[in-house]
Design a protein around this ligand. Structure first.
Ligand code: ADP
Length: 491
C-alpha cells in the first residue's frame, strides 16, 4: 500500500510531544511491513536539521492557491532516520514557518490551513496518488474537507483519508476568511451544523470537526480514550459529532519505537540492561544520582517526565514531590511548561528545594536526561487529568520503572494495578492505578508502591520485570492501522 502521512510533527526532527513520536514510529513500522510511506511536513526554521539526511530541493515550483492569488513554495526532500520526508517552504511575507517555534502564534489556524492546502497541491501537482492519506490532529483537519470538496474533482478521486486525533483539546477555529483563503467558496454551505460549524460557536468553523465529518475513518490513540471521547466531556464539545459518525470512529493504542526506547541499546544510558539483567538498572540509578547531585542512600527514586500542563495533573505532580519526600523517597522532575504561571510555580519549588539532597527539579526539554531518568528511577507518576494514550508510562514499563497512574485514557489500557486489577492475572500486572483527582487518591496508589518497595523488594522488582516483558511496540498497532487503511480503501 502507498501511504502519505500529512502532519505538523515527526520525531526527532520536529517534536513537541507524543504526536511526533507516533508519526515517526508508525511510519517506520509500516515500512517494515512492506508498505511505501512518505511524509509531508512544514519546513520550520527551528526544526532539528541535524536529524535530516540528504536534504535537497525536490519540487521548486509549487504554486499554492491562496485567497485570490497563489503563493510560491519550494518542496525539499530528505531522510529522517530512513523515512522519506517532504518539507514545504512557502515564500511569502507571512513567513508561516519561520517563527522560531512550531505552535503558539496568533495565526496558527491560517498557518496550518495553508500547510494542509499546500500538502494537497503538492500531491496533485507532483502526480502522487497514495492509496491512503493519513493526517493528524487539528492542524490537518481541513485535508479531508478539501480533498473531497475540491481535489477529488481534479484527479484525486481514489484517495482515502484516515484522520487521527491525538488531543481533542486543540481543535483549530477560524472564520469565513479561512474558508476563503483555502478556496472553499460557499461559506453558508460549510457553516452548516453538519459540516464545519463549531458545535457551540455559530460564527466559527472547527478544523477538527471538519476532519471528523469528511474523513473516511477517524481514530483516537487508545480504545479507552475513544470511549471517553464519545461519552464524557473530554472531547471538548465534539461528543455529538462523534456520536453521529460513530460507525467510522475507533481507538488504536499507540505503539512505542523500541529501537529508540530500549534499555538494552540506549546510547544515552551508561549501563545497558534487560529484564534478565535487571540488577544493572541499579548502576543507572547511581549514575542518575551522580548527575543530579542526589545523595546515594537506600531510597526509591520517583520521577515525573512530561509537559507541565493542566492536562498532566500538575497539582498532583506537585503533591507527589512532597508526599515522596515525606515518605523518605527521592524525587526527580523533568518538565517544561508553556504557561508562565505553571512555570513560575515549579521554578519557585525548584529554588525552594534546591539544597534538598533528595530532590531535583529540571525545567526544560532534555531528551538525553529523560532517558537516564527512565533508566535510573524506580517509579514514575503519571497523574493526568486526561491522557489520550500517554507514552511516558509505556517508556517506563520498558525501562523497568513502575508506573503509578491515574486510570484515564490510554493509561488504563496499559497499566494494570498490582492489587486490584480484575481483568489481568497477577503475572500480567505492572503498576498502580488510582482514579480520583484528589491528593488522597494519589497517596493511596503511590503509598502502596512505597509499601511494596519497602516490605518486599523482590516482589517490587518482579512487578517491574513483568512490565519490561510486555510488548507495547508498534508491531500490533501498525497491523491495526493497516486493517483500517484496507477497510477504507475498499469502501
Ligand atoms: P504528550 O504528547 O501529551 O506531551 P506523551 O506522554 O504522549 O505526552 O509523550 C511525551 C513524550 O515527550 C515522551 O517521549 C516524553 O519522554 C517526552 N517529553 C515530555 N516532556 C519532556 C521533557 N521536558 N524533556 C524530555 N522529554 C520530554
Amino acid at each position: 500500500m502507498y501511504i502519505v502521512q500529512i502532519a505538523s510533527e515527526c520525531a526527532p526532527v520536529i517534536k513537541a510531544g507524543g504526536l511526533g513520536d507516533v508519526v515517526y514510529g508508525l511510519s517506520r513500522e509500516l515500512e517494515q511491513k512492506g508498505h511505501c510511506v512518505e511524509l509531508i511536513l512544514p519546513k520550520y526554521d527551528c526544526m532539528r536539521y541535524d536529524h535530516i539526511w540528504g536534504l535537497h530541493d525536490a519540487y521548486r515550483d509549487l504554486w499554492v492557491p491562496w485567497f485570490d492569488g497563489k503563493i510560491h513554495c519550494s518542496v525539499y526532500c530528505g531522510w529522517v532516520h530512513g523515512r522519506v520526508c517532504f518539507f514545504i517552504e512557502p515564500h511569502s511575507d507571512d513567513q508561516y514557518f519561520n517563527r522560531g517555534s512550531y505552535y503558539g502564534c496568533n495565526d496558527d489556524n491560517m498557518r496550518f490551513a495553508f500547510f494542509s492546502k499546500a500538502a494537497l497541491e503538492f500531491l496533485l501537482q507532483s502526480n502522487k496518488r497514495p492509496d491512503v492519506i493519513h493526517c493528524h490532529d487539528w492542524q490537518t483537519g481541513l485535508v479531508p474537507v478539501m480533498l473531497f470538496e475540491i481535489y477529488k474533482y481534479h484527479g484525486m478521486a481514489n484517495q482515502r483519508v484516515l484522520y487521527s486525533i491525538h488531543n481533542f483539546k486543540h481543535q483549530g477555529f477560524g472564520g469565513a476568511e479561512v474558508l476563503e483563503a483555502v478556496q472553499l467558496r460557499r461559506p453558508e454551505y460549510y457553516f452548516s451544523y453538519d459540516k464545519l460549524r463549531d458545535n457551540f460557536n455559530p460564527f466559527s468553523i472547527n478544523f477538527m470537526k471538519g476532519g471528523i465529518v469528511y474523513a473516511n475513518a477517524v481514530n483516537t490513540v487508545s480504545p479507552h480514550h475513544a470511549w471517553e471521547a464519545r461519552y464524557t466531556q473530554i472531547s471538548y464539545g465534539l461528543g455529538h459529532t462523534l456520536e453521529q459518525h460513530q460507525d467510522k470512529f475507533s481507538g488504536i493504542l499507540n505503539g512505542l519505537d523500541y529501537d529508540f526506547w530500549n534499555p538494552e541499546s540506549d546510547r544515552y544510558i551508561p549501563y545497558p540492561y534487560t529484564a534478565d539483567t535487571f540488577e544493572q538498572k541499579l548502576y543507572n540509578k547511581k549514575a542518575l544520582r551522580e548527575r543530579l547531585l542526589l545523595q546515594d542512600e537506600e531510597k526509591p527514586i520517583v520521577c515525573f517526565v512530561g509537559r507541565l500542563d493542566d492536562q498532566k495533573g500538575v497539582h498532583l505532580v506537585h503533591h507527589s514531590i512532597y508526599y515522596s519526600l515525606q515518605r523518605g523517597a527521592q524525587f526527580v522532575l523533568l518538565g517544561s511548561a508553556t504557561e508562565s504561571s505553571i512555570h513560575n510555580w515549579f521554578a519557585h519549588e525548584k529554588s525552594f528545594l534546591n539544597e534538598n539532597p533528595d530532590c531535583h527539579i529540571e525545567l526544560g526539554f532534555n531528551e538525553e536526561l529523560s532517558h537516564l531518568i527512565y533508566a535510573g528511577a524506580d517509579m514514575i507518576v503519571v497523574p493526568s487529568n486526561y491522557e489520550p494514550c500517554g507514552l511516558t508510562q509505556v517508556i517506563s514499563l520498558k525501562y523497568g520503572t513502575v508506573p503509578i497512574v491515574r486510570g484515564v485514557g490510554g493509561l488504563i489500557n496499559t497499566v494494570f494495578d498490582y492489587d486490584y486489577d480484575q481483568y489481568h492475572l497477577p503475572e500480567e500486572r505492572n503498576g498502580f492505578v488510582f482514579f480520583e483527582t484528589d491528593p488522597n487518591a494519589l497517596e493511596s496508589a503511590l503509598g502502596r508502591a512505597f509499601d511494596l518497595w519497602g516490605s518486599d523488594r523482590k516482589a517490587f522488582q518482579q512487578l517491574a520485570i513483568q512490565g519490561m516483558k510486555q510488548d507495547y511496540s508498534w508491531n500490533h498497532p501498525a497491523e491495526e492501522y493497516v486493517q483500517l487503511y484496507d477497510r477504507i480503501r475498499h469502501k
